[in-house]
Design a binder for this molecule. Structure first.
Ligand code: IMP
Ligand code: MG
Length: 176
């Protein structure tokens, strides 16, 4: 197999959009403490760049989950690694890489809501609305993108390409 990547969102565009999101969050959480939950692995670069522009007190948590499709259309949540400390009474910002079918985030939202945070904000770098199956919206969306498989800036294909500084579209071609 040979793989070609074309740039969909440049490094500069990502940087500028993250600054805009950070400004929005700094305004919203002025003088308040926040707990930022980074969903692994895909959101690690986005979360790292975003939190470095936050001017409020930040507690970091990391979580690794995916949605497993059983007989129900939305499947169930498989938690590989959960957060260390409870988020009850806290201002929580969940940072996701991409909202695709929405199954994972829908489950995560329910999981966090049960812990009764003071507030819960869902932030995603990318949104592919054409693929949505679960009824879920994010409060903050970095970029809305077409239904293409993307890599880079944290996102992978078979654990590859997470280190690319831009978001690219992966075009996999079979070599004859
Ligand atoms: P969903 O919203 O539950 O379907 O799952 C979203 C997860 O699927 C994301 O957190 C990614 O890990 C993965 N994913 C979905 N679309 C893409 C893509 O285009 N590139 C890389 N990973 C993707
Ligand atoms: Mg993810």
């Amino acid at each position: 197999m040979s793989e070609n990547i074309s740039v969909l969102i440049s490094e500069e565009k990502i940087k500028n959009r993250i600054s805009e999101i950070a400004m929005q969050l700094n305004e919203k959480y002025k003088g308040k403490k926040v707990t930022v939950i980074c969903t692994l692995k895909g959101a690690f670069i986005f979360a790292a760049d975003l939190v470095r522009q936050l001017e409020t007190d930040v507690r970091m948590e990391f979580l690794s989950a995916s949605s497993y499709r059983g007989t129900e259309s939305t499947g169930t949540l498989v938690m590989k690694q959960s957060i260390d400390q409870p988020i009850t009474g806290e201002n929580v910002i969940v940072v996701e890489d991409i909202l695709d079918t929405g199954r994972t985030l829908k489950h995560l939202k329910e999981y966090f809501t049960k812990q009764e945070p003071k507030s819960l904000l869902l932030v995603t770098l990318l949104d592919k609305p054409d693929r949505r199956v679960a009824d879920i919206q994010c409060d903050v969306v970095g970029f809305t993108i077409p239904d293409k498989f993307v890599v880079g800036y944290g996102l992978d294909y078979d654990q590859q390409y997470r280190n690319l500084p831009y978001i690219g579209v992966l075009d996999v071609q079979e070599v004859k």
